[in-house]
Design a protein around this ligand. Structure first.
Ligand SMILES: C[S@@+](CC[C@H](N)C(=O)[O-])C[C@H]1O[C@@H](n2cnc3c(N)ncnc32)[C@H](O)[C@@H]1O
Length: 212
């Protein structure tokens, strides 16, 4: 079950950007619902190449304050453990690390694309190049896993989260985010029974999910 909290005061409708027929949506749903087997080496190479090519200009023209709104609201209302150990998966050029800075002390950022990591601030968190389908971390060690506009790899999330840990799922453009899954679908894709809360903030939404 997922409980919807009231909208944050800063809610705004996203401009139309990426509808349900956006090509990356198909991959997003397949990876979430058909299992990690849908994530082939060819897909991983293509994805890394795509984001390596976009890395230098990724942050330009994006309103970092608006993009941070769902992250900050999730920190405030998402029942997360700020003193715990956090992992951001698909951390890109560091927008999440910037938003978490000052609130979360223990953060590791990881991303598939070396150039995205190279364009992220080095001083905020250790950056690890890794594929989210097989992350180089021991199981059950993170109190929170943050994913902002990132593909969901349900088995790795389940493996890495501590028993009381939470997945913080954010789409900064709501259903206009190219890599988008509604909160209810994230809940359904995770193995076993999960529960959580969700709310809209800025132009996006967040969901904070834990095992039931
Ligand atoms: C849409 S971008 C979002 C980046 C950042 N979270 C943000 O909001 O600015 C998706 C990111 O996920 C990364 N990514 C895609 N597939 C991945 C995988 N299998 N493992 C790790 N990172 C991946 C990409 O390289 C890219 O940096």
């Amino acid at each position: 079950m997922i409980t919807k909290l009231p909208d944050a005061p800063n809610v705004a409708a996203p401009d139309p950007f990426a509808g349900p027929d956006h090509p990356i949506r198909k991959v997003t749903r397949q990876v979430a619902f058909d299992g990690e087997a849908a994530w082939t080496a060819g897909r991983a190479d293509k994805m890394a190449g795509l984001f390596n090519d976009m890395a230098a200009g990724w942050s330009a023209g994006k309103d970092s304050e608006v993009r941070a709104m769902p992250v900050l609201d999730a920190l405030a209302r998402g029942e997360v453990n700020l003193a715990g150990s956090w992992l951001e998966v698909g951390s890109g050029t560091g927008a999440g690390a910037v938003a978490l800075h000052g609130s979360v002390d223990r953060l590791i950022c990881c991303d598939l694309a070396a150039e995205m990591l190279a364009n992220a601030p080095a001083e905020l968190a250790p950056r690890v190049q890794a594929d989210a389908s097989r992350l180089p971390f021991a199981g059950a060690q993170f109190d929170a896993i943050l994913m902002i506009n990132m593909l969901l790899f349900p088995l790795e999330v389940d493996r890495l989260l501590a028993p009381e840990g939470r997945l913080v799922w954010i789409n900064t453009l709501g259903d206009q985010t190219p890599i988008h899954l509604p909160a209810q679908d994230v809940l359904a894709a995770l193995p076993g029974d999960w529960t959580g809360i969700t709310a809209r903030a800025g132009t996006g939404f967040w969901a904070s999910l834990r095992r039931a």
